[in-house]
Ligand binder design. Structure first.
Ligand SMILES: Nc1nc2c(ncn2[C@@H]2O[C@H](COP(=O)(O)OP(=O)(O)OP(=O)(O)O)[C@@H](O)[C@H]2O)c(=O)[nH]1
Ligand SMILES: [Mg+2]
Length: 319
């Protein structure tokens, strides 16, 4: 049951209500779905900016100063810091909280979200949290993720503008290339530009851009920042604005959103069908099929066909 007063408070951007709403979508389940349903129509205006990069590149520090810059420009800003490995990084989260304290009084809404189970669940929770913040009237949503793997890429894909961070002197190789996140970058930032090797890192990124085919109408700019002092942050904010304009003028925003909806819808339908298929099976059947494959009595494709046949009421038994 959805409390109309609560939904209204979220829509008005009431911070405690927004925080409670995110807790609710984080928990998932029917409550989360009902809330998203109630809020969904009120959204669609926020610009979502993903900030991703290897651990320690300065994402939180940069997001902080970027939020300040954008707030000074009159935007209402919300931050989601995604920490996929929360049980082991309590320190990092605490660090984020401390850093983010200096945003108090600025009206910037900050929330850390951690994964309780698989990353796919986290991506869905983040998607729902973005719906909440969008409906709450925030203009710009900054999402910090550690760019370390496929799950994080999935989260980053939800952004309109993806900023990928590098820092000099983190090994010869560019971290983002390893993680495969360079391909999703709309803007590249070499943070910690106060350190030696920043220009070499810029050159390496530029080289990589030339080698890879990038969309001809938007070549990801490579910027330098010093998040600690705020140097280069205004240029980053300008560039994000330019990318937003580019997306809107070329129909790319719609394309990106359609791709995102497509992906989410596929994921939801897939898991619903799987759940349905499993629910339709006789007790113990799934396990029996798994064991039959393990014992090499049947192959994996025949196993899948057997499960599908059972769940669609087609009683041909392969096993
Ligand atoms: N020298 C220098 N240090 C920086 C800069 N930006 C951030 N740092 C420092 O780098 C360290 C890591 O910064 P964070 O902002 O926590 O980095 P992060 O990418 O959010 O880290 P995780 O969330 O743990 O992946 C901190 O000690 C920062 O003070 C910078 O521009 N120059
Ligand atoms: Mg961080």
């Amino acid at each position: 049951v959805i409390d109309g007063e609560f939904v209204a408070a979220v829509r008005q951007g009431d911070a405690p209500a927004v925080a409670r709403a995110i807790t609710r979508v984080e928990r998932g389940g029917q409550d989360a779905r009902d809330l998203v349903r109630a809020l969904f129509a009120s959204g669609g205006r926020a610009h979502i900016v993903g900030v991703t990069g290897a651990p320690g590149t300065g994402k939180s520090t940069l997001v902080n100063v970027l939020a300040k810059d954008l707030t000074a420009r009159g935007y209402r800003v919300a931050i989601i810091a995604v920490d996929p490995s929360s049980p082991f990084t309590g320190g990092a989260l605490l660090g984020d909280r401390l850093r983010m304290q200096d945003l108090s009084g600025t009206g910037v809404f900050i929330r850390s979200m951690a994964s309780r189970g698989e990353l796919g669940g986290l991506a869905a929770a983040v998607a729902d949290a973005l719906v909440v913040l969008d409906a709450a009237g925030f203009d710009i949503l900054l999402v910090e993720t550690v760019g370390a793997g496929q799950g994080e890429v999935e989260i980053a894909r939800q952004a309109h503008t993806t900023v990928v961070l590098e820092a000099p002197g983190m090994g010869d190789e560019i971290q983002a290339i390893k993680a495969g996140i360079l391909e999703i970058a709309d803007v590249l930032v070499v943070n910690k530009a106060d350190r030696d090797g920043a220009n070499a890192t810029v050159a390496a990124l530029e080289m990589n851009l030339s080698l890879n085919s990038v969309p001809q109408d938007w070549r990801p700019p490579v910027l330098k920042t010093v998040a600690l002092t705020g140097e280069g942050v205004a240029e980053l904010a300008d560039t994000i604005g330019a990318h937003r304009t580019y997306l809107e003028r070329n129909g790319r925003r719609e394309e990106k959103e359609a791709a995102r909806v497509n992906e989410q819808l596929r994921g939801l339908v897939q898991s619903a069908l799987l759940e349905q298929a499993q629910a339709d099976l006789a007790p113990g059947r799934w396990k029996a099929v798994v064991n039959a494959v393990r014992e090499r009595k049947i192959d994996i494709y025949s196993a899948a066909e057997a499960i599908l046949a059972d769940s669609s009421g087609f009683q041909e038994r392969v096993v």
